[in-house]
Write a protein that binds this ligand. Sequence first.
Ligand code: PLP
Length: 352
Amino acid sequence: QTLVNEFARLGEPMPQIKARIAFNENPHGLSPKAKEAIIKAVESGNRYAMFEGQELKKLIAEREGVKPENIMLSAGSSELLTAMAVYFAGSAAKGAGGTVLTSQFTYDDFLGCAKKFGAKVEAVPLTKEYRYDLAAMKAKITPDTKLVYICNPNNPTGTVIPAEELVAFSKEVSPKLPVFIDEAYIDFLKPEDRPALPKLVAEGHNLFLTRTFSKIHGFAGLRLGYAIGPEKFLKELQNYSRGEWNPSVTTLRAGIASYQDLEWQNFCRTENDKARDFLYKGLKDKGYEYVPSFANFVLFPIRMKPKTFEKEMFSNGILTSTREYNAQPYCRVSIGTQDEMGLFMDAFKKIV
Ligand code: PLP
């Protein structure tokens, strides 16, 4: 958006976008079954959603081994992050302020919102492998700590915390403090590699997970997300969100179809892996290091100012994004189709 505004401000002609690989969207689009469901749902566009939410929650609950009451739906997971921030940092229920404990170089949407509502943020450095440092986080827990926020796989690094480590941390910390784990990218891990956190919710731990349909299901524009957490807590959280009533009938019907289409999810995961390997090879051939990723984006250090890099790539039709950490600039490129990654590498070779 900033780039689009910048070109408009300078009165320069907008380059034709050949590859939109900045927002970690799914380049393959919707499952054919979701598309079919959308077409059918058009007939119900005049109705509020009534049974669809229950149906989707039941499906999620069955797969995750929790009760439907442990699921809360929303129009994208961002809405849940905001509700969490308001509830924990700004509500009368929890008392204003307090400290959110997290890591540096992580997804800052929830953290930024919590700060606006009066919380402080204590962020520990990443390990040298760009991973969350759970031991360092544990050492930083004080009586003022209100909540732990973890993004796993982490955005923007793409790294994961080993499953057993995260489960052990959650078991140990959640009896003292709520642990909030943002699992927006969890679907890019094979089911057997995912940490068994919903099981901890079922066992009654004070653990709260958020997930989104925006990534592997390709619903970034349709908007659908969900939380898994203790029933009592989700009921309270409903007070701070439009929650159940927010996703449209169309989106919910498409979500029900997409959730059951495992073939499409496997296809998107496999294609993502292939295009990511293709990118790794291109970067390596050019003498660039990268952070091995478990998600649909890759972070790598660049040798150019972030804004210059973004602008030059944009001039070549590639919409990508950059970050800075410890004064080092990085590109965080989303994984598009293999063709799009080819276009990315062509432009990259041209500008560096
Ligand atoms: N959490 C993380 C880590 C993200 O990267 C994103 C979006 O990119 C979100 C949450 C919010 O996504 P959405 O609101 O589309 O579910």
